[in-house]
Design a protein. Structure first.
Length: 166
């Protein structure tokens, strides 16, 4: 029992010392925790500021994205209008081209047929040669009219797009 009494006496001396050391450690730990909490508060405030700044940039970016989207839609509208104008002009041109082609073909066939009938040296054929020359002038006039109509159609199509045609 002597041993137990000696151990009890040693712990009686050590317990207050260990308690004081534990109390000091707890105080140091508490002080560090308070410092960490203060730093955390500063960090959270900084994060809030960063989030607010980021939200502002996102709003500006949203405005920019909307502007780019509107510009892209405008470009698409111009493309579609131009496409319609070009198709319309091409359609009118092809119609005029077919008319001019058929008129030229008809006149040329008539002129070749009349030239083949009698040679030019024949005095009676002089009247026919003169009429063929007049037919060629008529073809040129029809071709000029067709070109004018095509140019007018191109101008009308250009008016739809808002651009001038040279």
């Amino acid at each position: 029992m002597d041993a137990l009494a000696n151990i009890s006496q040693i712990f009686a001396y050590l317990l207050p010392v260990l308690g004081a050391i534990a109390l000091c450690l707890l105080i140091v730990l508490l002080v560090k925790m308070v410092g960490i909490l203060k730093n955390m508060n500063i960090t959270v405030t900084g994060v809030n500021t960063a989030v607010d700044t980021t939200n502002g940039y996102l709003k500006e970016l949203d405005t920019t994205v909307k502007s780019v989207n509107n510009m892209a839609m405008s470009v698409e509208a111009v493309r579609a209008t131009t496409e319609r104008a070009v198709k319309k002009t091409a359609k009118k041109w092809s119609k005029q081209y077919d008319q001019v082609k058929s008129a030229v073909t008809d006149v040329l066939e008539k002129s070749f047929a009349s030239k083949e009938e009698k040679p030019v040296k024949d005095p009676k054929n002089i009247v026919r040669v003169a009429s063929v020359e007049k037919s060629e002038e008529a073809i040129e006039e029809k071709a000029a009219e067709a070109v004018k109509e095509v140019i007018e159609a191109a101008r009308e199509a250009a008016k739809e797009t808002g651009k001038d045609v040279e």
